[in-house]
Design a protein around this ligand. Structure first.
Ligand code: SF4
Ligand code: SF4
Length: 252
């Protein structure tokens, strides 16, 4: 790993060569919106909210999946970027049903918050609003496809952190759906451990706890950094150090 120098919004800065642009931008306290990104999960670059301008590049780049490079010149805010972010948000709102007033996540939804920050006050595109089913077969959780923005946080946390890989994506384009196992009802999944991690990372009301009121639907993300940093530091590696229960059993 080496240190590179780049220009971020007209300021000369240095960064580690293995950092992403998004990490560096956040380190410098510059706000750019994200929806699919989540600290502790792999990057997907799917929501396109963190697009930035990189001098010399014909297209806009997603900061979360772009590594810093020596001499890079990056702009995080411009009229062009504002228009793209706004249009992307409007397309998300037009695709499925995101009527906040009747959503259990109203007031706690990341999509709603990003739209407010970006000043999205109307949608210029025709609403598709397909009538998608809900899966409420799980005894504790529900999945409402109408609220899903296909960020795949649930898929990644289930695979990368829980290790169950219950969730996946079926289909392409606007026909994409989040599925459980081989597209079976969540409640009959053999691989789901009912840990609830997917529900906690979901940015919208697509995944929810059954019986929770609007006021109770605050989602917790702190468990993710706790688990991932604990794994990195081997805090739960008992090799060479017998766990308490094993010591006690040996005494018996
Ligand atoms: S509850 Fe846990 S195991 Fe089940 S789908 Fe969600 S993250 Fe995966
Ligand atoms: S269910 Fe939630 S976490 Fe999963 S893809 Fe849809 S919006 Fe993202």
């Amino acid at each position: 790993m080496s240190v590179v120098t780049l220009t971020l919004n007209d300021e000369l800065i240095s960064a580690n060569s293995d950092q992403s642009l998004l990490e560096v931008i956040r380190e410098h306290d510059i706000y750019i919106p994200t929806l699919c990104h989540m600290e502790g999960l792999s990057e997907r670059g799917g929501c396109r909210m963190c697009l930035v301008e990189v001098q010399g590049s014909r297209t806009l780049q997603a900061a979360c999946v772009t590594e810093v490079a020596e001499g890079m010149v990056v702009t995080t805010h411009s009229e062009r970027l504002r228009k793209y972010r706004r249009m992307t948000l409007e397309l998300i709102f037009a695709e499925r049903n995101h009527v906040c007033a009747v959503c259990v996540m109203n007031g706690h939804c990341e999509l709603q918050a990003v739209a407010a920050i970006e000043g999205m006050d109307h949608v210029r595109f025709d609403y598709l609003h397909p009538d998608l089913p809900m899966d409420i077969s799980h005894e504790r959780f529900g999945l409402d496809h109408n609220r899903c923005i296909l960020c795949t946080r649930c898929v990644r946390v289930c695979d990368e952190v829980e290790g169950a890989h219950t969730k996946d994506v079926l289909g392409r384009g606007i026909n994409c759906r989040i599925i459980n196992d081989l597209n079976q009802p969540w409640g009959s999944s053999q691989s789901c451990t009912s840990c609830g991690k997917c529900v906690e990372v979901c940015p919208t009301g697509a995944l929810f706890r059954k019986g929770a009121t609007v006021a109770e639907m605050v989602k917790r993300h702190d468990f993710l950094s706790w688990i991932t940093s604990g794994r990195e530091k081997n805090e739960w590696d008992y090799a060479g150090q017998a766990p308490y229960y094993a010591t006690e059993r040996r005494k018996e």
